[in-house]
Design a protein around this ligand. Structure first.
Ligand code: NDP
Ligand code: GDR
Length: 343
């Protein structure tokens, strides 16, 4: 029988890659669409034409119950969130509502639709739930690399809200026997990454500078170290996590560390430019509390799920720069209307 998946956050980077992956695996895929005329809905529809949509918002419990009831999914992937960390200092309450309480609302919707004592689908199976947890929960971690048992020390309202989402997911597993799993994913990027995130900000700037449309690149803390991977690899892990007989939480990352400075150097080198001629450090871009170093120990996922990444960091940065060179050239040729993104 064809399996059915419901994805919140369908219009985001991961939503599009996960939808493509699940469709290739033979799933029927539904995306939760927010707002009355979301321009990002047509963007993802163009990319993934076999998608179906159902309306809903993580802020609205009734809409989530209705969405789960309409779709009757076998698997629910909760990727919806306000995902840009700096925004969480500006709109802390909203971010807490969407990224924290929003998780509770999806769990409650599954519980209500499938009966209070578990989460049975109409076909008799159990609805499986994936929560998009984050390495930002580790924050100022006491140990490196970070694994499933590493204590959380979030450094932003975003990280704190994700920690709530993580614990409430585990709690519903333990309280109601729900098949509920958290993927503790480290940073993952792609040509579809939003331009507010540092890797894409860099790749777009390098393309524009190379083609003569930009002069400088303003950055904050270039000494910050992250464990970056390719989004296409990480959505495979999300799907794998919902397949074992028993639910569990998994750390997903490459296990390699690079600084923002490394990212800049690789990207400028790729087009034959010296980054030091173009990068300007802007103190206004430094965060109130920074996460200095993150690195994943994903041994549990590698052993239990057989997951491993296929794209390393230098390849990823070059892929993003090449894609943006192509996009910026087309932008120049056809005008802004075409463009907004690589999708
Ligand atoms: P994006 O920012 O690209 O996408 C976020 C998605 O959330 C969008 O589809 C957006 O839809 C949706 N959304 C925002 N607010 C709401 C709401 N109130 N109700 C329903 N949907 C909403 O994020 P990514 O794809 O990069 O990340 C996916 C998830 O994984 C997020 O939860 C993120 O926090 C988490 N994560 C991401 C990592 C990464 O490195 N990419 C690492 C670890 C975790 P809309 O078009 O309506 O705005
Ligand atoms: P992050 O990603 O906060 O780790 O969250 P981001 O790319 O925004 O920042 C990474 C690091 O780069 C430093 N930095 C800058 N960042 C941005 N955005 N812009 C700059 O100009 C700049 N200069 C330096 C930051 O200070 C930071 O240290 C991402 C998101 O996808 C989250 O949703 C997800 O949970 C985590 O990854 C894991």
């Amino acid at each position: 029988m064809t399996k059915r998946a419901l994805i919140t956050g369908i219009t985001g980077q991961d939503g599009s890659y996960l939808a493509e992956h699940l469709l290739a695996e033979g799933y029927e895929v539904w995306g939760l669409n927010r707002g009355q005329a979301n321009p990002r809905k047509s963007r993802v529809s163009r990319l993934v034409s076999e998608l179906s949509f159902v309306d809903g918002d993580l802020m609205d419990q009734g809409s989530l119950v209705s969405a789960v009831d309409t779709v009757q999914p076998d698997e629910v992937y909760n990727l919806g969130a306000i995902s840009f960390v700096p925004m969480s200092w500006q709109q802390a309450e909203l971010v807490t509502e969407v990224n924290g309480t929003g998780v509770l609302r999806v769990l409650e919707a599954i519980r209500m639709v499938s009966g209070l004592n578990g989460s049975r689908t109409t076909s008799g199976g159990q609805i499986r739930f994936y929560q998009a947890s984050s390495s930002e929960m580790f924050g100022k971690a006491a140990e490196t690399p970070q694994r499933e048992s590493t204590l959380f020390h979030p450094r932003s309202p975003y990280g704190a809200a994700k920690a709530y989402g993580h614990f409430i997911t585990r709690n519903y597993r333990e309280s109601f026997g729900m098949y509920a799993v958290s993927g503790m994913l480290f940073n993952h990027e792609s040509p579809r990454r939003g331009s507010e995130f540092v890797t894409r900000k860099i790749s777009l700037a390098v393309a524009r500078i190379k083609l003569g449309f930009q002069e400088k690149l303003h950055l904050g803390n270039i000494d910050a170290v992250r464990d970056w991977g390719f989004a296409g690899d990480y959505v495979r892990a999300m799907h794998l996590m919902l397949q074992p007989d028993e639910p569990d939480d998994y750390v997903i990352g490459s296990g390699t560390m690079h600084s923002v400075r490394d990212a800049v150097r690789i990207a400028f080198d790729h087009v034959g430019l010296d980054w030091q001629d173009y990068v300007v450090i802007d103190p206004a871009l430094v965060r109130p509390a920074e996460v200095e170093v993150l690195c994943a120990d994903s041994g549990h996922a590698r052993a239990q799920l057989g997951w491993k990444p296929t794209v390393d960091f230098p390849e990823l940065m070059c892929m993003m720069v090449d894609s943006d060179l192509n996009q910026v050239s087309r932008e120049h040729e056809y005008g802004d209307l075409l463009l907004a993104s690589n999708w």
